[in-house]
Design a binder for this molecule. Structure first.
Ligand code: AMP
Ligand code: ZN
Length: 131
């Protein structure tokens, strides 16, 4: 059983912020910044590609509730909502979850996008990916 399933079953302690029949929000043990929270479905789905859309909707509604609460109490300068999907993308626990990470300064979390627009053709990519 995965570590988050053990937390959900109460076999491992956690700092719960919110719980209902389908969703659990707990403080991330690493606290990348003060208030860093994880929101997850109670049912085990490996990642963003596996979770059914109705369950994802419930998780995201709770993520917004948590973000609003953090915003009200700690008044961060900003908030990141982050999901790592797959090991290469930084996923270490293979039970879908989204991070809510309050930002107090622009340098308290390292997330950087490099601009590679010179390497790609946006028209071609749009053609390939359009839904
Ligand atoms: P990710 O790397 O996106 O899979 O995120 C997994 C997160 O789970 C990390 O930020 C860990 O700090 C966190 N984590 C791992 N074990 C626990 C635990 N027992 N309680 C709370 N958070 C945990
Ligand atoms: Zn699990």
């Amino acid at each position: 059983m995965c570590i988050f399933c053990k937390i959900i079953k109460g076999e491992i302690p956690s700092k719960k912020l919110y719980e209902d029949d389908d969703v659990l929000a707990i403080l991330d043990i690493s606290q990348a910044t003060k208030g860093h929270t994880l929101i997850m479905p109670k049912k085990h789905y490996e990642n963003l590609l596996e979770i059914p859309s109705d369950e994802l909707r419930r998780v995201m509604i709770v993520a917004q509730m948590v973000a609003k609460k953090i915003n009200e109490v700690y008044k961060p300068a900003g908030i990141n909502l982050l999901n790592n999907c797959g090991e290469v993308a930084g996923q270490s626990v293979m039970h879908f979850h989204t991070h809510i990470i309050p930002r107090y300064t622009s340098s308290d979390l390292k997330l950087g996008f490099e601009n590679h627009m010179d390497q790609y053709d946006l028209d071609e990519i749009q053609k390939e990916l359009k839904l």
